[in-house]
Design a binder for this molecule. Structure first.
Ligand SMILES: Cc1cc2nc3c(=O)[nH]c(=O)nc-3n(C[C@H](O)[C@H](O)[C@H](O)COP(=O)(O)OP(=O)(O)OC[C@H]3O[C@@H](n4cnc5c(N)ncnc54)[C@H](O)[C@@H]3O)c2cc1C
Length: 439
């Protein structure tokens, strides 16, 4: 176990920093128990950190930060059930490679795969697809180090209440050290990306999301057209783009060109509409057939801040039009695209998709540009649809409002009291969004 003291933590977006009194990198569950016990004796607090890809201060602490990057082993895999047990600190990219070696894959992923498994599932990270839940729904068991230093295994049979709610724990229930996951046979995806008018797509929203296993769209506020992405499993053999094509598509178009457009808008806000037109004009239709995880996730080198809300799936067309109208009414309308996705309902108490099929509306702002008016205005629109904010993305809500949005809030609170009675895993974010640990 290596130890560093007084290092600064900064998240990927660069909008959250903290100075933990210790940063520790355990190699085993026993190391984690030792760290938790030591911190409790010192009256300090403990916070597990993943890859720092949350936009909120959810991973921040002035106590002991635990980086579980070394807990990334493949512990077990069961051929018949396709379940795998891995170290909770494994990055999704590494997990995807390990699964592929076994002829397996995750059924769905978000836009990136550099998060850790524990970090991604703690905030209910999701991809898109009407029939698919978020990543937390793939968990079938996990090992937890609690606030009293106990190591417990949780699944549907053992510690079932902790398992049921703990799959989306926002780091509040303890340190997850191992996760067992349900995977699926490895598959290939055909991605079809099209530039198309937004109006007809939103008028037939249900038809659009039913038109592919994974459908999503992006639009620049004020633009009539949008970029649709439809990913479907295929029997075709993977035909990954050449290195040059990959550089052009992923690095030049999706990253460098976006960065240049955003910088220009930040420098010359009055030219925003001309830049948007040029930007959209440069986008083109594209088809790709590749290994599923390589189609789902892409490198994201342009830094930004983001807010994302989950809302009832039928509310999406109206909410999208309101977000578009609001964004374009701002003095400096954002150029960064709005992303619209969907996912299936689940039964996890604090999952943003608890009990309802969900549509997702994500708004972004380029790094260094103010997002307050934009994000607050969008949040007010989302409130009209009982929108639930993504736990890892910016929002301005506290437990006073949030508890009304989650029917099983008290069930989560009871488990939290049980496994962290002394508030060892509290931080400022949890104090805001979950409130105190009360009897
Ligand atoms: C560029 C970018 C793209 C993104 N795309 C998507 C997307 O497509 N879909 C989506 O839903 N989200 C997306 N996100 C959000 C991201 O998936 C979440 O914020 C996720 O939680 C980040 O994982 P992480 O490993 O970086 O965890 P961190 O941000 O480091 O931590 C997140 C939470 O997990 C807790 N945690 C971490 N490890 C443990 C552990 N071992 N035990 C207990 N708690 C733990 C932390 O305490 C914290 O509360 C994106 C973010 C970025 C920056």
């Amino acid at each position: 176990m290596t130890r560093r003291t007084s290092s600064k933590f900064t998240n990927w977006a660069g909008n959250q920093t903290c100075i933990p009194d210790h940063i520790k990198q355990p190699r085993t569950t026993e190391d984690v128990v030792q760290i938790v016990t030591d911190a409790a004796q010192r009256n300090s607090r403990v916070k597990a950190v993943g890859s720092g890809h949350s936009f909120t201060d959810t991973a921040c602490t002035d106590g002991t930060m635990i980086d579980l990057g070394s807990l990334d082993a493949l512990h077990h895999h069961d051929v018949a059930s396709r379940q795998v047990t891995v170290g909770a600190g494994i990055r999704l990219t590494a997990l995807n490679d390990r699964l592929d070696d076994l002829g397996l894959a995750l059924a769905n992923l978000g836009d990136i795969a550099v998060q850790t498994l524990a970090g991604a599932t703690a905030t209910a990270t999701h991809g898109t697809g009407t029939k698919l839940g978020n990543l937390s729904t793939m968990i079938t068991g996990f090992e937890l180090v609690t606030g009293t230093g106990d190591v417990i295994w949780c699944d549907r049979e053992e510690n079932s209440e902790i398992f049921t709610v703990g799959r989306v724990g926002i780091g509040a229930l303890g340190v997850i050290t191992k996760i067992r996951l349900q995977s699926v046979p490895a598959f290939t995806l055909r991605a079809e990306e099209r530039i198309t008018p937004r109006g007809p797509i939103m008028e037939d929203w249900q038809g659009f999301i039913d038109s592919a296993a994974h459908a999503e769209l992006f639009f620049i506020p004020g633009a009539r057209s949008c970029l649709t992405k439809r990913n479907n499993p295929t029997d075709e053999p993977p035909a990954p783009p050449s290195r040059l094509q990959y550089l052009v598509d992923k690095e030049l178009t999706e990253n460098l060109a976006v960065d240049v457009a955003m910088r220009l808008t930040r420098r010359f806000p009055s030219q925003r509409n001309r830049i948007a037109k040029t930007f959209m004009g440069a986008a083109s239709d594209r088809d790709v057939v590749d290994r599923s995880d390589r189609v789902f996730a892409s490198p994201r080198r342009v830094r930004f801040t983001e807010m994302e809300y989950g809302l009832p799936i039928d509310a999406v067309p109206e909410a999208v039009e309101r977000v578009n109208a609001f964004a374009t009414s701002l003095d400096n309308p954002p150029l960064f695209p709005v992303e619209v996705r969907c996912s299936a309902a689940d039964d996890i108490a604090l999952s943003t998709a608890y009990g309802r099929d969900s549509g997702w509306i994500a708004v972004h702002q380029y790094k260094g540009m103010p997002n307050g008016d934009y994000f607050r205005g969008v949040e007010a629109i989302m409130a009209d649809y009982e929108g639930r904010p993504h736990w890892g993305k910016l929002h301005f809500q506290s437990h006073h409002q949030l508890r009304r949005l989650y029917p099983e809030w008290d069930r989560f609170a009871a488990v939290r009291r049980q496994v962290d009675p002394n508030g060892l895993f509290r931080n400022a974010y949890l104090d805001r969004v979950l409130g105190p640990i009360t009897a």
